[in-house]
Design a protein around this ligand. Sequence first.
Ligand code: ADP
Ligand code: ADP
Length: 227
Amino acid sequence: MAAIEMRNIVKEYGDGFKAVNDVSLDIADGEFMILVGPSGCGKSTLLRMIVGLEDITSGDMLIGGDRVNEKAPRDRNLSMVFQNYALYPHLTVFENIAFPLRLNKKIKEEEIQTRVRDAASMLELDEHLDRKPANLSGGQRQRVAMGRAIVRRVNAFLFDEPLSNLDAKLRGQMRTEISRMQRRLGTTTVYVTHDQTEAMTLGDRVAVLRRGLLQQVASPRELYEQP
Ligand code: ADP
Ligand code: ADP
């Protein structure tokens, strides 16, 4: 069974314009799926329909085999990382990452400690757990936002161009960390990017969108190393 299954998904806006036009795509359990395509092709809209931030005009969205078309975002058990993220300035790095766990009263303090330290270690934040966001670099802040997303046990991680505001060197480092983290956790991931290097190094498969249509689904090698 696919972790995420899209069946003939359409998103039509008021004027009849189809931002997403009959997209069917299965994402396997544990798979790292990249969504690419020119600006305006429907990547964000598709991601937002998976998360539940955007209504689906027609078609079915299944997560773990359950139809979620009418489910609220909080009931889909997904974690999304945005390009622009907000940290709580008055909380330490530790508490920022722990935040989503503290909302669930059933998770014990010991478990919170373990999970936060584990996430921080994967993101090289071990040394900074007691700091406040104001005392961190931009890259460290982005890592904290990512830590907050990966600390929960979820059906999937969804990333909307999470590295696009970082400089090239930092992007390279973060790419490696995201890759390591995803393989370690084995969590199904859908990742929107403009960046071919990200698509090649991170993706198990790459889905190419164009004007709302799914044009091709291929491995990075098939897609970028064709003669
Ligand atoms: P991408 O993420 O690939 O850049 P989007 O999913 O943001 O593309 O947008 C896909 C298309 O849908 C674009 O042409 C965009 O202008 C249009 N669009 C997005 N949101 C709306 C909206 N609320 N109303 C009308 N058109 C929209
Ligand atoms: P991105 O390029 O990062 O995908 P956009 O700048 O296209 O984002 O869109 C930002 C916001 O504006 C989104 O909430 C989107 O739904 C909305 N939007 C985009 N295009 C249109 C449009 N043609 N009409 C109305 N709203 C739109």
